[in-house]
Ligand binder design. Sequence first.
Ligand code: PLP
Ligand code: COI
Length: 351
Amino acid sequence: MSLPRYYFPGHRKIANLDFAKLGFDYTACPYRFEAVFQHGIWRVRGLIEDPNMTIPEGSQCLHYGQELFEGMKVHRGPDDRIYAFRPLENARRLNHGARYLCGPEVPEALFVRGIEEVAAANHPYIPPHGSGAALYVRPFYLGIGDNVGVKPARSYVFRIFVTPVGPYFKGGFGPDQGKAFMVSRLDRAAPRGSGHVKAGGNYACSFTPGQEAKSRGFAEALYLDPREHKYIEEIGAANFLGFRDGKLITPESTSVLPSVTRNSLLEIASTTFGWITEERKITLDELGEMDSAACCGTAAVVSWIARIADGDREWTFEFDERWQQLYDAILGIQTGTGDDPFGWRHEIPLK
Ligand code: PLP
Ligand code: COI
């Protein structure tokens, strides 16, 4: 496939896009999908071209953080067929958040239709198979209106944009690509707070810990449980995984985001590979007993951990072939090169 042309909104200048060199950055694509909730109903605006938004200055999303977002990837298969991965799981997580933020749910059919339409409309921007890049899909949800009081909005915008992206952590995945993380003494979520919903405010509050880690040369911050600072929670925008005593373990906590990738990897581990998996509290000190560790997410896929530092303590890990097995299995499902025994691939119809 020849390189597609890069679209600059406004003046429509065309340039080449080198998919293999992309980082995790925003590149405007021609179309986005939008629906608006007003007077109790969702009205579909469909595909639109304007990447800018005009919303009332009093909008709840601007002042009180009534905002949610999702993250998914769309891949091009070897036969040029286009696949999303478990979009209903993202729809359900968004709606869990909508209920928590006291807004209306987005009908699942509307969510999936939006993903299909926006991916198909921007299909020249879906990276070529084997380039290592993917089309990142960003559905988001805003409470809007003329308002100043601290109360939920009556009107909402649901929009989806897409952007081709490369690896989330520099270097991507590979036996020589172990990442280093720093234990943060700050929290991203409260013990009974909103860590389990994908609300924008959770991420604004992760900027300081994230920056602190990055300024010291680490890829991201590792969060501990906000009550006792004893147990591992998650890493930046990714869940934590470890191998101990032959078992794949992951933290059990109500303040981590339930990751679609993690749930899928646990299913692959137990069903495809026959490994024992365990979701339970994991103390920071247990790192010393682990064979290997990794983090996972849509953006991060599977990223294995080479080092975790906590002040003057540190734990180091070697590459573990089992991360490669999990990485290959999930990528195989997502990109159409492997079997899909769970029915997780969602083919995007190209009209
Ligand atoms: N944890 C946080 C805080 C995240 O933002 C994300 C990204 O969505 C994840 C974990 C991974 O979740 P998923 O695998 O559904 O992308
Ligand atoms: C994702 O993995 O899709 C995320 O949402 C991470 C992100 C905050 C870039």
